[in-house]
Ligand binder design. Structure first.
Ligand code: ADE
Ligand code: ZN
Length: 320
């Protein structure tokens, strides 16, 4: 499994920061972050809302373009070790310069330069999806969307919406998605993770997204499942994340196989791997154990992911 070439579409950049990386920055900056780690040094949180708090605390020490460049290199090294050849990562101007466009350009240049250097040396290819944070509210989603629109191109390829799905409705964020669409960006939105089918429907109908982050709770409405299948909406499914955060007790209870059987385009990602003690290889191993999926199934899954990638056609050719 480790050596199988993989395409990962749903990976939060700060959420992929190893605890040791964050501890190193905290020590350099003399910030006490001991409260977010357990006694073995792993991230410690209690449920989703607390996870978001710990995530934001860890992110608070990743504070300059150089820090983000180091993070990109660290994350790409781990992706390479997992056989990932192409990944899309969520990056947020809220964390990179606070939504200020000129600061964002500096962060972006540093991240992109690091990523392109790794790719030039034969490492994984990375692209960015700008991600407003839903629980910061619709007004604050506008600045990141403008940052995304202004920097749309070969590296920033999409707009997403992460954070706490319980806050607001998808349509409240329509301004941000319209702005990104007009700039030629591709669209995805976290939905159907902490809320049910209505949230998924809202993301598809009111925001016009072509991919959904998670989307697994669409399974609670089979008419919606059939709509997703008919329209070819792609789900960025993160089984290990869903189990670690208590959405499902185990993989047998997880709907990924049922969604796939009903012809929904499913893909597999890790979301925030060190937070959920997972890797792409582990996700594949566990799916093979739980559902008997074989190499052909994973190859088909990766083909769906490559076809749904937001990159340009030349890059896609290389990962298909
Ligand atoms: N940000 C990082 N991980 C997330 C998740 N699983 N859901 C929503 N927002 C997130
Ligand atoms: Zn996510």
């Amino acid at each position: 499994m480790r050596d199988m070439p993989k395409v990962e579409l749903h990976l939060h950049l700060e959420g992929a920061a190893p605890p040791a990386f964050v501890r190193g920055l905290a020590a350099e900056k003399k910030v006490d972050l001991s409260g977010i780690f357990d006694e073995r040094g792993a991230y410690a949180y209690d449920g989703f809302v607390d996870f978001l708090r710990v995530y934001e605390a860890a992110t608070s020490v990743i504070g300059s373009p150089e820090d983000y460049a180091r993070l990109v290199r660290t994350v790409l090294e781990e992706l390479d070790a997992q056989g990932v050849i192409y990944a899309e990562t969520f990056v947020s101007p809220d964390f990179c310069g606070g939504g200020d466009l000129s600061a964002w350009r500096d962060y972006l240049a540093a991240m992109r330069e690091a990523a392109e250097d790794v790719a030039a040396k034969g490492g994984p290819v990375l692209r960015g999806i700008v991600t407003p944070i839903r629980h910061f509210g619709p007004e604050r989603a506008k600045a990141p969307a403008l940052c995304a629109a202004e920097t749309a191109g070969a590296w920033i390829v999409g707009l997403g919406l992460g954070g706490n799905e319980a806050v607001g409705e998808p349509k409240d964020y329509a301004w941000a998605f319209d702005c990104a669409r007009e700039a030629g960006l591709r669209l995805t939105c976290h939905a159907g993770e902490w809320r049910g089918p209505d949230s998924v429907r809202g993301a598809v109908e009111d925001l016009g997204v072509e991919r959904i982050g998670h989307g697994v709770r669409a399974i609670e409405d089979l008419a919606l499942v059939d709509t997703l299948a008919e329209r070819g909406i792609v789900l960025e499914v993160c089984p290990g994340s869903n189990i670690a955060l208590g959405l499902y007790p185990n993989l047998r209870a997880h709907p990924i196989a049922r969604l796939r059987d009903r012809e929904v385009k499913v893909t597999v990602s890790t979301d925030d791997p060190p937070f959920f003690h997972t890797t792409m290889t582990q996700e594949y191993d566990r799916l093979a154990d739980a559902f008997g999926w074989e190499a052909v199934d994973f190859a088909a899954l990766n083909r769906v992911a490559a076809e749904a990638a937001f990159c340009d056609a030349d890059t896609r050719e290389k990962i298909l």
